[in-house]
Write a protein that binds this ligand. Structure first.
Ligand code: XMP
Length: 512
């Protein structure tokens, strides 16, 4: 792998994804990992991330200079770039001049591998206080900015390079090209990390782990569990049984998508638990968000355990598939070892003492990779590109008590919003588009010839990379207008449509 050494930046995950976009497998490791342990992973290259610290601060994370004796190709970014310079005999100065944000860069393409064929003047994203004033001996300075004499250096012979700016962010337009250049032309790594390759590797690993054991997988209707199940099915076929709990809190058409389209596309054996009545009676009279979540979690476990008991009559289940993704693993401080991470999150709340071994075929992958895998596995596009949807479903999008009638109202409004988004071709530029019913709020309107006294719905389209932060989507006014007109015309209980223009933070994506 390419090791992305995390100096405490939020950027490490982004860097790891960009490396993979260059079709090279990457893993994130903490900067505290001893060099010997890094080498044990047989790294094809090392990328040092940015970090919040100044190299001059007491206690600033440092690099073991032994790293540069190993001959492993190394690329430093921002703080990682400065740490590299300092460890290799260059000079970092406390110049007191900061650069933050979009900054014009002057590159020297003729002297450079990284910048070959790229414009001399380009914009890059900077975020630093200290500056490099002298590159390590033997390295060539290949870019500078007004305040930073050494904004990039390269030494192709020693296979090292670094940049002061952030190539991983979208604000550095040539960033991906630069990173790819390093990986291909300086580190000499072949681009082999492809969906087909990942599938082959995982299929072999799953067969090895499971042998001829029986496996169960909870399907939520979401992308992750759908892809995980399809992958496991590719590996072990009929040894897999999927369980789908229809809790009655899904959106229009979703249960059918799982029960018909998914089964048709994959041929997976599906065990459906019809649990809508159970969930709705458990939720009756409850409007507190946390209480709703707890009840749903509890009912989910009961349904799932019930299904496992029923299946036990025919087959002894030893393994449980989970759609855990790489960000969950990294955030839990994992990345290596066998820690059982967030086992609750993905299947909606399974107890710790569940008597299954976990199969987690997606635990090295990011969401966009999971989607590509889904396509490669032949899953239907609408399933692969489906927006994330919370486990508790529409229950946390009805502000107030959840009733069958309110669910119908919200389903109707939500269906219209999704239809119009799809028609406008914007599905993929929006991360998620919750529609929220303010069931306890009423407002006066005039509909037809008379006064109406209905409920508002709130449109909450957001853009995001990972749902940790988000911004409200600037949907075209015509699209919003169309959705508003259709909802108020077609859903009689709704007479007002509002748009949520709050970023996350401070808002969350969901309202509850
Ligand atoms: P928030 O509302 O916290 O949501 O900004 C972040 C992302 O998580 C989803 N979400 C959930 N997903 N079970 C889930 O599987 C849950 O209980 C849950 N709550 C929120 C939300 O839709 C968004 O994608």
């Amino acid at each position: 792998p390419v090791l992305v050494v995390d100096f405490g930046a939020q950027y490490a995950q982004l860097i790891a994804r960009r490396v993979r976009e260059a079709q090279v497998y990457s893993e994130i490791v903490p900067h505290t990992m001893p060099v010997a342990q890094m080498l044990a992973k047989d790294p094809a290259a090392i990328v040092l991330s940015g970090g919040p610290a100044s190299v001059y601060e007491p206690g600033a994370p440092t690099l073991d200079p032994a790293l540069f004796e190993t001959g492993v190709p190394t690329f430093g970014i921002c703080y990682g770039f400065q740490a590299m310079v300092q460890a290799m005999g260059g000079e970092v100065a406390h110049t007191g001049s900061r650069e933050y944000g979009g900054t014009p860069l002057t590159a020297l393409p003729e002297r450079s591998v990284l910048f070959t064929g790229l414009p001399e003047r380009q914009d890059v994203w900077m975020s630093h206080g200290d500056s490099v004033v002298a590159a390590p001996p033997g390295a060539t300075v290949t870019a500078s900015s007004e305040r930073t004499p050494v904004a990039a250096f390269e030494d192709p012979e020693r296979r090292i390079a670094g940049v002061q700016f952030h190539p991983e962010v979208a604000h550095t337009p040539y960033g991906q090209r630069l990173l790819t250049r390093f990986l291909r032309d300086i580190a000499g790594i072949a681009p082999t990390w492809t969906a087909a390759g990942i599938i082959d590797e995982q299929v072999a690993a799953i067969r090895q782990q499971v042998g001829d054991g029986q496996v169960i997988c909870g399907l939520s209707g979401g992308v992750d569990s759908a892809v995980a199940a399809a992958l496991v099915h590719r590996a072990i076929g009929d040894q897999l049984t999927c369980v789908f709990v229809d809790h009655g809190l899904l959106r229009a058409g979703e249960a059918e998508q799982v029960e018909k389209d998914y089964v048709a596309a994959t041929g997976i054996r599906l065990h459906v638990v019809e649990a809508a009545d159970t969930f709705l009676s458990a939720l009756a009279g409850v409007s507190d968000p946390e209480q709703k979540r707890k009840i749903i979690g509890r009912e989910f476990i009961r349904s799932f355990e019930g299904a496992a008991r029923e299946l036990a009559a025919e087959r002894h289940i030893e393994f449980l598939v989970q759609g855990t993704l790489y960000p969950d693993v990294v955030e839990s401080g994992g990345g290596s070892g066998t820690a059982n991470i967030k086992s609750h999150h993905n299947v909606g709340g399974l107890p710790d003492d569940l008597a299954f071994q976990l199969v987690e075929p997606l635990r090295t992958l990011f969401k966009d990779e999971v989607r590509r895998l889904g396509v490669e596995l032949g899953l239907p596009e609408p399933m692969v590109w489906r927006h994330p949807f919370p486990g508790p479903g529409l229950a946390i999008r009805i502000i107030g008590e959840v009733t069958p009638q309110r669910l119908e109202v919200l389903r109707a409004a939500d269906r219209i919003a999704r239809e119009e988004l799809t028609v406008s071709g914007l599905d993929r530029s929006v991360w998620q588009f919750p529609v929220v019913l303010l069931a306890d709020v009423r407002s006066v309107g005039v509909q037809g010839d008379g006064r109406s006294y209905g409920h508002p719905v709130v449109l909450r389209p957001v853009s995001s990379e990972d749902a940790m932060t988000a911004d409200w989507s600037r949907l075209p006014y015509e699209v919003i207008a169309k959705i508003s007109t259709r909802i108020t015309n077609e859903v009689p209980e709704v007479n007002r449509v509002a748009l949520d223009v709050t970023s996350k933070p401070p808002g969350t994506i969901e309202w509850e």
